[in-house]
Design a protein around this ligand. Structure first.
Ligand SMILES: [Fe+2]
Length: 288
């Protein structure tokens, strides 16, 4: 979809300034445009998360996050991209806000991660509807330094372009949701978070690991492709991977016959326990 079509189709609720965007929906991040108040808000968001994450976030994520030294102010993307290119061949590109699916997949398929430039307002400290620079950068960018994770996201982008041709975007979006955004991982030290939607959330960090309410299921590709999700509340179901390497291997097969088969089956509700579910062991968190 062209930029002007996207903006006019999206209506007045589209958040962000698209007037400077290029045809691929990227723009130059204008670091000088951020106000002192915005840098302060970033610092507060960062400090709040850093109090929550130890013992909950995947250790690998925390190591890469601390290496970014991004706690004091909204970071410049180019400085980070220079390091990313050397580490995993990825870079981050600035975007004005949400972009169309195909543009998003195309960036991922070329190892470019789109990061929104605007920061939420102070009154949105606890919750913001659209992804802002804090969610996109804090939640997503650190793991782009991990080789296997970076390969997974690259493959996802290529898979997205293919799913669009096969009219299977709704199914594939569930995979992104339940891994990249809300995924858990069985780490040697216990159950940990690697999904950006949880890592950048003030409330869901503890809920995802400690609450007795949600289902925690072992990663199951076909189960995920069938499972609907809610965007307006904490998740009812989380899926637990064993490692990024295993995730890459489990999602490597051609999805074409899988889409074809699953299309005949009804979706699974977010809070439903389905036959054959493999319940991940209860969190041992807090007992050790
Ligand atoms: Fe995200």
């Amino acid at each position: 979809m062209r930029l002007d079509e996207f903006v006019s189709n999206s209506g007045p609720n589209l958040r962000g300034d698209y007037s400077r965007a290029r045809a691929d929906f990227t723009l130059d991040q204008d670091l000088s445009a951020y106000t002192v108040e915005e840098h302060t808000l970033w610092r507060r968001l960062y400090e709040r998360q850093m109090k929550l994450l130890p013992g909950y976030a995947f250790e690998t994520y925390l190591e890469y996050l601390s290496g970014l030294e991004a706690g004091d102010s909204i970071p410049g993307f180019e400085r980070v991209s220079q390091r990313l290119r050397r580490a995993t061949g990825w870079e981050i590109v600035a975007v004005p806000g949400l972009i169309p699916d195909l543009a998003f997949f195309d960036h991922l398929a070329n190892r470019r991660f789109p990061v929104t430039v605007w920061l939420r307002k102070p009154e949105e400290f606890d919750y913001v509807v659209e992804p802002d620079v804090f969610h996109d950068f804090f939640g997503h960018v650190p793991l782009l330094f991990d080789g296997a994770y970076a390969d997974y996201l690259h493959a996802y982008g290529k898979g997205g372009l293919k799913a669009a041709r096969l009219d299977a975007l709704k199914m594939l979006a569930r995979l992104y949701w339940y891994t990249v955004e809300f995924g858990l991982i069985r780490a040697p030290e216990g159950l940990r978070i690697f999904g950006a939607g949880i890592l950048s959330s003030g409330g869901e960090v503890v809920h995802s690991i400690d609450s007795q309410q949600p289902h925690r299921l072992a990663f199951d590709l076909e189960r995920i492709l069938r499972t609907d999700y809610r965007i307006d509340r904490y998740q009812d179901t989380y899926f637990v991977i064993e490692s990024f390497e295993r995730l890459v291997a489990d999602t490597a097969p051609d999805f074409t016959p899988i889409y074809k088969r699953l299309r005949e089956l009804p979706p699974i509700a977010p809070d439903e326990a389905a036959p054959g579910d493999e319940i991940a062991p209860r969190p041992e968190h807090g007992l050790s």
